[in-house]
Design a protein around this ligand. Structure first.
Ligand code: PEP
Length: 250
């Protein structure tokens, strides 16, 4: 089994003001040599904070990412932010296809794949999110849904440097509910198999994050699951103490 350096990424969603950057500073302070040896950290603040967060993160080894991007580099798309703009602001990555985007903004797998391709074009890594709804899981369709999303949302030229996959069951996001370790293992194994069959052996190095109600209390169990190469953390990434405690699960 190829060992992959884990990543704990925080998604602040539509939360945080300039004053929240003090949490980023506290994360940097707590990101000590012991943690740096084991795990990468990333924070994805809302777009207006990306530039300031990236400036604050210089020299800390905490990466900054965006939460979404447009497919085009520039143009008449009022209100949108391009991957190139995120890169120019100091981001190293961008989340695409988060379930809130898929649900509330009706993003399709094809659009998510185009956004991931835009990220790669701009020199960013894309964190491609997939995950089944509660209804889909209860109908026994979790594996087929996630398999299809991975096949259709991850661009053809995916490599460990350009693509990170996040498995986020929709019913686990912000609910306090989490799948069992066995269920996480089953889905992550399927994602790995799909990635390797489509993108070749090097896809063993593509990080597959788990996301959905990751907290300090459950991080150790979830992060110990085979093919779980880190976490995508929503609520618990807003406070440095919680985020660092999750990172310390490694
Ligand atoms: C998320 O939004 O990506 C997420 C996992 O949220 P939470 O950790 O709050 O469930």
């Amino acid at each position: 089994v190829m060992s992959v350096r884990p990543l704990v990424a925080g998604n602040w969603k539509m939360n945080g003001s300039r004053s929240a950057l003090k949490e980023l500073s506290a994360m940097a302070e707590g990101y000590d040599a012991g943690l740096k040896a084991k795990v990468d950290l990333m924070i994805c603040p809302p777009a207006p904070l990306v530039f300031l967060a990236a400036a604050a993160a210089i020299g800390t080894r905490i990466a900054i990412g965006g939460q979404d991007c447009h497919t085009e580099a520039s143009g008449a798309f009022t209100g949108e932010v391009s991957a190139e703009m995120l890169a120019d602001s100091g981001a190293g990555a961008v989340i695409v296809g988060h379930s809130e985007r898929r649900q509330y903004f009706k993003e399709s797998d094809a659009l998510v794949a185009a956004k991931a391709a835009a990220a790669i074009r701009a020199g960013l890594a894309a964190i491609v999110c997939v995950g089944e709804t509660r209804e889909e899981r209860e109908a026994g369709k979790a594996l087929s849904v996630v398999g299809r999303q991975v096949a259709r949302s991850v661009p053809e030229d995916a490599t460990p440097e350009t693509i990170i996959v996040a498995y986020e069951p929709v019913w686990a996001i912000g609910t306090g509910l989490t799948p069992t370790a066995a269920d996480v293992a089953e889905v992550h194994a399927l994602i790995r198999k799909k990635l390797v069959s489509r993108h070749g052996k090097q896809a063993a190095g593509i990080r597959i994050l788990y996301g959905g109600s990751v907290k300090p209390a459950n991080a150790k169990e979830l992060m110990a699951v085979e093919n779980v190469d880190g976490a995508l953390v929503g609520g618990a990434s807003l406070k440095a103490a919680d985020f660092l405690a999750i990172a310390a699960a490694y």
